[in-house]
Structure formats: structure tokens, C-alpha cells
Design a protein around this ligand. Structure first.
Ligand code: MSP
Length: 503
């Protein structure tokens, strides 16, 4: 079974902020989890380079569009690398392989009779790269970009979206989990049921883009080019196979219609299967405000990583809001979780456990007791429950369950009080058992957490002198092997005294 996941391809003319990191990190957590389950995974991210804005800005700067995108793509390539996202390919819509595939794809739709020529006149928001109706504007401006759309009138090639209404409704009805969460599926379905308008898939006034194969004076509309990346990559990216199709798409609510309505229809027209599943997550707001370059409240994920390390950023992203909902985030909230959950709940637990094994048992961990201990049932529940949560794309819910388990381990220390057992030579067996339970519990937690905190999981396993195999079958009680040479571990999450300057 393969698990092929995509993130949106980000507009290259912006710079990465915490909202983009949010999608990329959550995507990586999903992929890493499925990899732990032994599935064959492929993870695609990248950039959308043919936006009209790109050509405009490039001209302002005296560059060709290609020179400009080659410069700005650098910070976008850095994003997955710096957040430790295990991507398989970083696609650029200026890749030759992509451009050739887009042409073939559009030609298939054309040959299928779904494309016709018409004049389009309307208000166009360059920020959204979409036409707007009067009703969608607030004070004559696009509510998302705060600028008045421009009047655009030109002869374009149109895609017969309206012809796909019935097929799309059938798709939604047959597959209740096609789009998750359910309220997003309802939103998309009602949009379809409300009647679909054909949309233009070409631009006559632009030259920056993929030429329309049957009319090279026009270029493909940026969305008709960008969406195809999910499929084109499989035709030329290293280690990719067209058999990975259909994909699972991760995106936020801002681009729901393009993904949940236009894209499945385009695929059906070109003769491909619709996506396997789409998950539409919410929007992060920073200090109660929409994150936007013009508001100046962008939180740079790379600054946060520099200051705190990558795993705390990954942890926060997965934990800060229930996955699927919108949420307000603050830098203070980040620091608070860092101290309370990472440094105290998890970091201290490892420090205490390894220190006690070093001190009371000279660093030797004895083999598993014959009788399963008190934590056996809790580990079993994790092994079953976490994959079930991930099957619902519940990245935050699964982490909450793991954290309950970490808290349970902390209670176990307080209940068994190894420091008291150590004072009584007659209770040596009880001490061995208590220490084993803690070490084993930490090993289970580390493996369960490794999709979220890959580096930290490794450090925990190394500190306990355990194999680094994070296969899901090892999220099971009692697999900790006897070990020696265990030393008091260095703090996993050192205290950060200086307030961060990232915001
Ligand atoms: N280029 C298009 C997507 C084409 S996909 C075929 C685009 N690019 S974008 O740069 O605007 O990226 C939008 C995506 O970035 C969102 O769908 C989401 O994944 C992510 N986010 C951007 N800001 C975000 C928040 N404030 N909160 C959560 N996710 C955010 O649209």
C-alpha cells in the first residue's frame, strides 16, 4: 500500500511564515507515521511560480521572471529542510517535466470536448489569482488582500466545469470521507449543489506561464497549471511512480474550492481518478490577527527553529490547535508549552529515569519482568489508538493521547517512588521493576512520538541504549532490552532564559 501526500505548492513571491510551516510540518508528521507502519510513502511539496504577480514584481526589479523565481525559491527550499520534513521531491512549476505534463493534461481535456472559447470580463484579484463577484467584495475590495480587483476582459479558453456537477455530487455522496473534516465536505458539496460556473483556464494578456498547446499565444491560468503538479511530479520526479496516484492532499480552507471542486473535475475530464482524500485544515492567526506580510505580523518559522530547535516547533504546530480548526497562536503560548510539556513532562522524565538507573543500578537495566507491569495496558492502547487517529488525520488528537501517556509515566514515578525503594535492600526486585517500567514507558513514548519529534525520539532511545528502530510494532510493552552503561541524560530541552525576538 502506498501513501502519497502533497502540500499546496506555495506562491514563491511571498516568504515562508509559520502558516506555511504549519502545513508542511503536519504533512511530514502524517507521512512519517505512515512510514512507521511500513507503508511506502511519497511526500511532495514545492512552489507555484507562474503567478501573474511574479511577472509584475520581476519587471519592477529589472529581472526576467525566471531570474526572479530562481532567486526567491531559495528560502522556500530551505523551509522543508529546516523543519526536518522528509520530503521526496520539491517541485517547481518551472520544471521542464512539469510544463510538458501540463500541456499533455490540458490537451486531454481539450480532446475530450470540455474546452471552448469565450470572452471573459470580470473583476480579477491578482492576490487570489481569481475572478471575484461584487458580492464577494467588502467596500469594493477583496477581503483577503484589501485591494480593489482589476477589470479584466479577454478572450479565454473555458473549462466546462458545469458539465461535472452530477459526477462531483455522486463522488461526494459515495465517499463521505473524500473531504475531511466533515464540515468542509459539506461546504464543498453545497458549493457544487448550488450550481457550477465554467471557468477560464487560459490568459491572453500574460506571457509568463505554460503555453496552451493548441493556442500558444495564450498561457495556462495559474491554477490550471499549479494543480496539475500533484500528478506531473509522479511522471518525472526521482523515485516517483504514476501508480502512487490517487494522492492525498493537505491544504487549508483558503484554497478549498480549487482543490475540492475544480481539481477533481479537471481530473475526471482528463481521464484520471479523483484524489484519494483531501484534508482541509484551518487557519492560524497570530495574536488574534490574520498572518500577513502587509500586517507585518509574520512569525518566521526559521527564526523559531534557530532559537528553540526544530522539534519544539514541530511539537507546537501539532499541538497548538485541534487539527482542522482555526486557532489563535502566540509566541508566549509556544514558550509556555516548551517549558511545561517538553522540558518538564518529557525532558525531566528522561533525566530522572536515567539518573536513577545510573545511581541505583550503576547504569544497568535488567531484563523485562515475567509478569507484564502496570503500564502494559496503556502501551497497548497507544499501539491501537494512534493509528486509528491518524487514519482520521487527527494529528493533534493522536499527540494528545501520547501526552496522556507521558503524564501517566510521570505519575508512575511519583507512585512507585524508586528513591524510597532504593533505601531498602529487601525491595531490590521492586526497584528493578519500577526502573524497567519507566525505561520501557519512555521507549514506547519515544517511538510513538518519533513522527512528531524525530530527533528527540532518537536521543531518548540512545540515552536508554535501545535500538533506533521506530517501526510501529515496537510501540508495545516489554520490548526494552537489557542494557548497561546508561548515564544521566543531558536535558532534552534546555531552559531558554532570553525572550525570543522571533516575532
Ligand atoms: N499557490 C497556491 C496553491 C496552489 S496548490 C496547487 C497558494 N499558495 S499560498 O502560498 O498562498 O499557500 C496557501 C497555503 O499555505 C494554505 O492552503 C495553507 O496550506 C498554508 N497557509 C498559509 N497561511 C496559513 C495560515 N495562516 N494558517 C494555516 N495555513 C496557512 O494558495
Amino acid at each position: 500500500m502506498s501513501f502519497y501526500l502533497t502540500t499546496p505548492i506555495y506562491y514563491v513571491n511571498s516568504t515562508p511564515h509559520i502558516g506555511h510551516a504549519y502545513t508542511t510540518i503536519d504533512g511530514d508528521i502524517l507521512v512519517r507515521h505512515h512510514r512507521q507502519r511500513g507503508e511506502r510513502t511519497y511526500f511532495l511539496t514545492g512552489v507555484d511560480e507562474h503567478a501573474d504577480k511574479v511577472a509584475r514584481v520581476a519587471t519592477e526589479q529589472g529581472l526576467t521572471p525566471q531570474q526572479y523565481v530562481d532567486e526567491v525559491v531559495v528560502s522556500w527550499r530551505e523551509l522543508p529542510a529546516r523543519v526536518n520534513a522528509s520530503i521526496d521531491y520539491f517541485i517547481r512549476t518551472t520544471d521542464d517535466g512539469h510544463k510538458a505534463f501540463v500541456q499533455e493534461f490540458l490537451q486531454k481535456i481539450y480532446n475530450n470536448g470540455d474546452v471552448y472559447q469565450d470572452v471573459y470580463a470580470g473583476l480579477y484579484c491578482v492576490g487570489c489569482e481569481a475572478f471575484k463577484t461584487e458580492a464577494e467584495l467588502v467596500d469594493g475590495k477583496c477581503p483577503d488582500h484589501g485591494v480593489a480587483p482589476e477589470w479584466l476582459e479577454e478572450k479565454n479558453w473555458f473549462f466546462r466545469l458545469s458539465a461535472y456537477q452530477e459526477q462531483l455530487l455522486q463522488l461526494y455522496d459515495e465517499r463521505p470521507d473524500f473531504v475531511l473534516p466533515a464540515f468542509r465536505s459539506n461546504e464543498a458539496r453545497s458549493f457544487i449543489a448550488g450550481g457550477l460556473r465554467d471557468f477560464s483556464i487560459s490568459r491572453a494578456t500574460q506571457t509568463w506561464g505554460v503555453p496552451i498547446p493548441w493556442d500558444p499565444d495564450q498561457v495556462a491560468y495559474v491554477w490550471a497549471d499549479a494543480l496539475v503538479n500533484y500528478l506531473s511530479a509522479l511522471s518525472y520526479a526521482p523515485d516517483a511512480e504514476l501508480e502512487f496516484w490517487p494522492a492525498r492532499h493537505l491544504l487549508a480552507k483558503d484554497i478549498l474550492r480549487f482543490h475540492c471542486v475544480y481539481w477533481p473535475a479537471l481530473l475526471l475530464s482528463a481521464g484520471y481518478e479523483p484524489p484519494r482524500q483531501l484534508f482541509v485544515h484551518g487557519y492560524l492567526n497570530l495574536d488574534n490577527r490574520k498572518i500577513s506580510k502587509s500586517l507585518g505580523n509574520v512569525l518566521d518559522p526559521l527564526d523559531l527553529v534557530d532559537e528553540y530547535g526544530v522539534d519544539p516547533v514541530r511539537f507546537w504546530v501539532a499541538r497548538v490547535v485541534p487539527f482542522g480548526q482555526d486557532g489563535d497562536v502566540t509566541l508566549e503560548g509556544f514558550r509556555e508549552r516548551y517549558e511545561r510539556e517538553l522540558a518538564n513532562d518529557l525532558g525531566n522524565l528522561l533525566s530522572r529515569t536515567t539518573a536513577m538507573i545510573a545511581r541505583y543500578r550503576d547504569g544497568v537495566l535488567t531484563p523485562a519482568p515475567d509478569e507484564p507491569g502496570e503500564l502494559a495496558a496503556a502501551a497497548g492502547a497507544l499501539q491501537e489508538g494512534i493509528p486509528a487517529a491518524f487514519d482520521r488525520w487527527d494529528v493533534s488528537g493522536a499527540l494528545e493521547t501520547i501526552w496522556d501517556y507521558v503524564r501517566r509515566l510521570n505519575r508512575h514515578v511519583e507512585q512507585t517512588k524508586p528513591w524510597e525503594l532504593a533505601k531498602d535492600p529487601e525491595r531490590g526486585a521492586d526497584l528493578d521493576r519500577a526502573l524497567y517500567e519507566l525505561a520501557d514507558g519512555l521507549r514506547v513514548a519515544a517511538i510513538a512520538l518519533s513522527a512528531y519529534l524525530p530527533g528527540t525520539a532518537e536521543r531518548i532511545l540512545e540515552a536508554l541504549k535501545q535500538p533506533l528502530d521506530v517501526g510501529w510494532e515496537n510501540v508495545a510493552y516489554g520490548r526494552t532490552t537489557a542494557a548497561s552503561g546508561i548515564e544521566p541524560a543531558q536535558p532534552l530541552f534546555p531552559r531558554i532564559d532570553e525572550p525570543a525576538t522571533a516575532a
